[in-house]
Design a protein around this ligand. Sequence first.
Ligand code: C5P
Length: 404
Amino acid sequence: MNALTGKKILLGVTGGIAAYKAAELVRQLRGAGAEVRVIMTRAATEFVTPLTFQSLSGHPVHLDLLDAAEESAMGHIHLARWAEVVLIAPASADVMARLRAGLADDLLTTVCLAATAPLVLAPAMNQAMWLNLATQDNVAVLKARGVCLLGPAEGVQACGETGPGRLLEPAAIVAALASRSGAGSLAGLRILISAGPTREAIDPVRYLSNRSSGKMGYALAQSAVMQGATVVLVSGPTALVPPSGVEVAQVQSAADMYEAVLARAGHADIYIGAAAVADYAPETAPHKIKKDASSLTLNLVKTPDILAAVAALTASRPFTVGFAAETQSLETSAQGKLLGKSLDMVAANQVGAGVGFEVDDNALYVCWPGGETRLPTAPKSKLATQLLTLIADRYHAQHPVKNS
Ligand code: C5P
């Protein structure tokens, strides 16, 4: 279950160029299973029309405090009671000043004053306005009252200046809400995931690697956050943008990955080894190898098996899930790996020309001691969610106390 499934989120949109990003935020919040109602300030309607938010949220947008029709339908007190979270994104300097003062001079500030739900602000404004002592003072007071601030991010601004004041990306806001909600099938669990290929240096400029894109591991990380987990991703080199809300440790070689994973495995409840770790690594030449010889032999040495090492931990062993990428005898190999490496679960997929690596779709055969299932071909994001549901079920079956 997603951490935001059925969550009632009241989104306040204030006036600023970043208001257009709030439209995408509504789409993503609903995609994560939340129910969204929108209040816009008058200034916000100068940037985006209420119709946009009405279409995306599936409900009329609330605009006015003293609107008779509005008050008889879902008035300000009703809205305040309905909300399980009040999120203001973008939050202007002006709305923060008014919240700090406790003003109730429009619908949004009135609802904030009447609501008992947590208040989350994602500020967006010109960097000088953000850094102004008045704004900083307002932020400090609001934080001291328990208001949660998400961002702002730094970067190039709509006004052409560079600095702090950009609205956090919608995905980052959704991930932050999911992780602080305390709900979802993986709520409260710490999940360590390794992903991507490794690079084994031949010399200072060359390496051996494989075709892994990292997509499956990254999809697992993203989905785990959305199911309420705290996620650490140990990633080999990939072209992917790390999912929002995930702590990432970048590594290169199998030896680096071994160190990074083993240093963190004891603090994890679940470890998922989704990386395509090189099985062998060459002895690295200290200088670039010259092409003088007519042939060249590389001496390859076996790398440490990270997954087996995690599964063999005696103290603080996490629930350990391995992947098996096979070109033949998928199920037999998966079962063999489950027993051979003493794992709690194995997810096996066919690899080869056009399947498994570097593609967006996949299919999985999943087995665990005493059970098995098949997850048919689907986008890796969907498979990740299905696999995490299986993992959550098996984990909770093993840890009934943590489940209660
Ligand atoms: O034994 P095989 O390499 O096929 O097993 C694949 C699984 O083992 C994957 O989960 C992969 O991440 C993990 N593995 C590992 N360390 C290695 C090789 C594979 O953790 N050196």
